[in-house]
Ligand binder design. Structure first.
Ligand code: PGA
Length: 252
């Protein structure tokens, strides 16, 4: 279902005690902000079990993972399965983040498998796509992004893709302080929705939640979220500050 959603991607940041402090600050301050935005935090995987316990009495904050493997169980040392995430009440899982595509060579097919495995367990994938600066400059970024979506997500059935959240994250904007303009975000996100409409129909596409990510902050979120196809944000750096993160979630 299409909704306003703001997810914090903490990446590989914070020690356990720092992470617990940030979680407490978010829990303490959450009540002041709009209940109509789905607020998701994606801490490092090793903190998920403890966070799941902490959040049991705070259903307004949902738990997300930053990655998963696509098998349910077995001899896959170091990996985390969607079944294990489900057992911790994890509701979302980021897949295909540009950092994983770059450093861990994640392929289109692998991401399709991860999406399907998550959906089998009722976890919504937050599927990331986005182009490098060279691709943007050479003006083939639209084709590049569409290919990322087609090659992975078009392997899903209509009822599956309807559950996927897509995050458009131009790589040149991630962690650089250089946000895409609201017009640039809308251009790509409008195209994504149009492409999904063409492939899967109006109903599926209109129900999808599309996020923008890449130096999303309290100062630019309002303008970004005012765009018709920007339903929220995937927030990295700014999600490590409870007040700023919650302010972003209040920017609709
Ligand atoms: P950033 O990261 O907000 O720090 O640019 C976003 C992301 O990588 O998801």
């Amino acid at each position: 279902m299409r909704k306003h959603l703001v997810a914090g991607n903490w990446k590989m940041n914070l020690t356990y005690s720092e992470a617990k402090q940030l979680l407490s600050r978010i829990i303490d301050q959450k009540e002041k902000y709009s209940p109509s935005t789905e607020v998701v935090i994606c801490p490092p995987a090793i903190y998920l079990a403890s966070f799941s316990e902490h959040l049991r009495n705070h259903p307004a904050i949902k738990l997300g993972a930053q990655n998963c493997f696509h098998q349910d169980a077995g001899a896959y040392t170091g990996e985390t399965s969607p079944a294990q995430l489900k057992s911790l009440d994890v509701k979302y899982c980021i897949i295909g983040h540009s950092e994983r595509r770059e450093h861990f060579n994640e392929s289109y097919d692998l991401l399709a498998k991860k999406a399907k495995a998550l959906l089998r367990h009722g976890i919504q994938p937050i599927f990331c796509c986005g182009e490098q600066l060279e691709v943007r400059s050479s003006n083939v970024y639209k084709e590049f992004i569409m290919k990322q979506i087609e090659e992975s997500l078009f392997q899903l059935k209509p009822e599956e893709i309807a559950q996927v959240v897509i995050a458009y994250e131009p790589i040149w904007a991630i962690g650089t302080g250089k946000t895409a303009t609201a017009i640039q975000a809308q251009e790509v996100q409008g195209l994504i929705r149009a492409r999904v409409t063409k492939q899967f129909g109006e109903k599926v596409a209109s129900e999808m939640t599309l996020l923008y990510g890449g130096s999303c902050k309290a100062e630019n979120a309002r303008e970004l979220f005012a765009q018709p196809d920007v339903d929220g944000g995937l927030v990295g750096g700014a999600s490590l500050d409870a007040a700023e993160f919650l302010q972003i979630s209040n920017s609709f």
